[in-house]
Design a protein around this ligand. Sequence first.
Ligand SMILES: Nc1ncnc2c1ncn2[C@@H]1O[C@H](COP(=O)(O)OP(=O)(O)OP(=O)(O)O)[C@@H](O)[C@H]1O
Length: 324
Amino acid sequence: MSDEEEDDVNFKVGHEITSGKATYTVVRLLGEGGFGAVYLVKDDKGKQAAMKVERKIEKRKHSKLKMEIAILKLVGTGKHFTKIVDRGKKDKEGFFFLVMELVGKSLGDLKSERAEKVFSFATGLGVASQCLEAVEELHKFGFIHRDLKPANYACGLDDKKHLIYILDFGIARKFLNTKNELKTPRETVGFKGTVRFAPLACHRNFEMGPKDDCESWFYLLLDLILVGGLPWRKLNEKMDVLKSKEECRKEKRHTLYTGFKHWTELNKILDYIDSRAYQDRVDYQFIYKSLAEACTSAGLDIDAPYDWENSKEKDTSKESSNSK
Ligand SMILES: Nc1ncnc2c1ncn2[C@@H]1O[C@H](COP(=O)(O)OP(=O)(O)OP(=O)(O)O)[C@@H](O)[C@H]1O
C-alpha cells in the first residue's frame, strides 16, 4: 500500500460527520485528490454541499486543506470562489474537513462530454475570461495558484450555470509579504503543479509569480478549444514538454492555433504574457479585451450562453448525472 493510499479517508454513503453547526450525511463521492476526497453531503435540513476531507498526518509539513480554507476565508464573497459553509477537525477519527458551496461539473468533465472534446470558440473564450477573473482576484490577495487546469474550474448549478468557479488552492503560494511587497525570489524552486499546464518558469525551477499563472491559464484556454489538444499532450517527460513549449514560442508557433481562423488576438496575448517577468504587474484588462476582440472578429458573442447551457446538452449537476 502506498503512502497516498494510507492517507485516504474513505466514507461510505450514509456516513455522518457532526460539527458544532450541523450533521452532514455523505450522499456520494464526488472526486478524490492527492491528499483526500470530496463528498456530496447533505445537512440536517437536506441542503446539499461539498465536503472536502484530508487525513491529519503529523509528518505532513503543509496541509492542502488548511491553505484552501485560508484562501477561501480571505477572498470572502469573491464571485468565482465557493463559499465556506463549515469547517473543522475530527481529532479522534484524524481528519480535517471543509464544507463548501456545491458547484457543477469541472471544465475537464464538461469538455470531455463534447463530440470533439473541446468547447465552441465563443464558449472557450468566454469561460477562459472568467477563469482569468478568478485568477486576477486571487492575485489581488497576494496569492498565486500554481495549478491552473480545466479540472480545477467548474461551472455553477441551477441559475449559476454561466458562472465559473475556481477550485483547489492546495499548492497556492503567497507572493507578497506582510508589507504587500513582492517576496524575494528563491534561488531554485522544486517543480509544482501539473506538467501539461506548467509555465516555463516552473520547468526551469524559477520562482513563479502572477505572470506564470497567466501562462498556465493561456495553456488552459487553448486546451478548452484546440481540437486534438495541446501540442505536448502526448509527452510524458517534463524535459520533452519543456522543449515542446519552447518550440511553440518559435518555429512551431502555428501548432498552438491549428484549425483556428481567428488566432491573431490569442497570439498577441501569448506575446504579452511572455514579455512579463516575475516582478511585473499583469494588465488583465488587455487580456479580457483581446479575448472579446477575438470573438468579435469571428462574428461571435463572448457573452452568449455556454455550450452546456444549451438545453439539448446534459445537465451540469454531478448529482443528477450519477444518482438517477
Ligand atoms: N465545491 C465543490 N462542488 C462540487 N464538486 C467539487 C467541489 N470541490 C471539488 N469538487 C470536485 O471534487 C473533485 C476533487 O476536487 P479537488 O481537485 O478540489 O480535490 P483535491 O483533493 O485537491 O484534488 P488534487 O489533489 O487532484 O488536486 C473534482 O472532481 C472536483 O470537481
